[in-house]
Design a protein around this ligand. Structure first.
Ligand SMILES: *Cc1c(COP(=O)(O)O)cnc(C)c1O
Length: 420
């Protein structure tokens, strides 16, 4: 059996695949399927890779909450001393509920509402990553009303091509993120004149699932040039935030290690005093998680065989949305010939597939694990077709913690009412 899984803590055991010391079959038995399963040890290993690579330098790793916002996951990172990159007031509430430190929270996003800004100012977050002049003006006004000063960084758009999927590329001139690079200087000058903002740093984030550090190093060089221009005008920044984006292996991608990804950036920043921040999401959680599902039916066909499973595109949208690849493995392969299957869910859409043309030695009723599903899996799930969302479990050694109960159908329409 192939034990070269992208999930470092997944391995074959006597009762089929296990994550850490817990057989996946035991999780299915106890909590049902579909269920998202995360490994605490894998989360910690991923975080330690950043911590080790940044050792000896003033640095803050802010987990990008949108990748997976489960309170259990956030609590693991909070205990490790992580900061958090949030994109909504809702995410701020989650971070606080999980015991995260508001003083290590950075707030990204192009559309922060007045309510979200007030909430974040009251919580005392570390920094607002401001993405437009209008946002800066609103923040200055609201901070003034609250009698406080808002710490800010401008998120600049360095106009480099991250060479990734167009939907997850964010650093090109023609997309909605950040302020155009050549207008940043003028906007910093404006911010410096505002009574209720305090300039703290500069930020950029060029895209996701980056498979080499060339583009981010190019962006960093541009950003450093701007930092020096600002310093020459007496505007001194305390931190440089280079965003998230490091990719992971789903299939046969060969992303650099965290250390190799950061090496050229650390070289560029060598000898500089600014604190260095990162906002990784996928690379901290993607390969710490899987989606466990059970085969309802096998449906052989003339051209294609279907394995119809109890998870669907509402649980894991990435295949339908980006044509993304997730490794699909039988939890306990049988002694039958392998066949190639289309792995599909029960939803009434042809786009409802989880994997194409995968060899599996399975029978109806067997468990299948879709790997590398920790990031943008549960976080992007929905209730389409009135399907209760999956349960979530964190495995820690030989223990399993249910960190989100499976939704009940009643809860899905609890806020609705028929007409009288
Ligand atoms: C999505 C996002 C991240 C995290 O990206 P990953 O590819 O998951 O590491 C970080 N910062 C910002 C501003 C984002 O929008």
């Amino acid at each position: 059996m192939n034990s070269d899984f992208p999930i470092p803590t997944l391995r074959p055991g006597s009762a089929g695949l296990q994550i850490e010391d817990v057989p996946l079959a035991a999780i299915a038995e106890r909590f049902g399927t579909p269920t998202y399963v995360y490994s605490r040890a894998a989360l910690e290993q991923a975080f330690d890779a950043y911590r080790d690579a940044l050792a000896g330098r003033r640095a803050l790793v802010c987990y990008a909450v949108k990748a997976n916002s489960n309170l259990g996951v956030l609590a693991v990172f909070a205990k490790l001393g992580a900061g958090f990159d949030i994109v909504s007031g809702g995410e701020l509430s989650r971070v606080l509920a999980a015991g995260g430190d508001p003083g290590k929270v950075v707030f990204s996003g192009v559309g922060k509402s007045a309510g979200e800004m007030r909430q974040a100012l009251a919580a005392g977050i570390r920094c607002f990553n401001v993405e437009s002049e209008a946002e800066l003006e609103r923040l200055d006004m609201l901070a003034g009303e609250l009698g406080t000063r808002a710490p800010i960084a401008l998120r600049v758009n360095p106009d480099v091509d991250p060479k990734t999927h167009p939907y997850i590329s964010t650093g090109l001139k023609n997309n909605k993120f950040g302020v155009a690079f050549d207008t940043a200087l003028a906007l910093y000058r404006r911010a410096a004149g505002m009574a209720n903002v305090r300039i703290s740093g500069i930020a950029c984030h060029i895209g996701s699932q980056l498979l080499d550090s060339g583009p981010i190093a190019e962006a960093a060089e541009k950003v450093l040039g701007l930092v020096d221009e600002l310093a020459a005008e007496g505007i001194h920044l305390d931190h440089i935030d280079l965003g998230g984006g490091l990719g992971i292996r789903y299939r046969d991608e060969a992303p650099p290690s965290v250390a190799a990804y950061l090496a050229p950036l650390l070289r560029l920043l060598d000898g500089r005093s600014e604190e260095l921040c990162f906002e990784p999401g996928r690379s901290l959680i993607g390969n710490a998680g899987l989606l466990l599902t059970r085969i309802e039916y096998l449906k052989p066909g003339a051209e294609r065989n279907f394995a119809i499973v109890d998870a669907a595109m509402n649980d894991l949208a990435r295949p339908a949305l980006y044509d993304a690849y997730h490794e699909a493995v039988a939890v306990a392969p049988r002694d039958v010939p392998e066949r190639n299957y289309e792995i599909v869910g029960p939803i009434c859409e042809s786009g409802d597939f989880l994997a194409h043309d995968r060899p599996l030695a399975v029978a109806a009723g067997d468990l299948v694990a879709l790997l590398s599903a920790g990031a943008y899996g549960m976080a992007m799930s929905s209730n389409y077709n009135t399907r209760p969302r999956a349960a979530e479990v964190i495995v820690d050694g030989s223990r399993m913690h249910l960190v989100r109960q499976r939704e009940t159908v009643e809860s899905l329409y609890a806020l609705e009412s028929p007409l009288p």
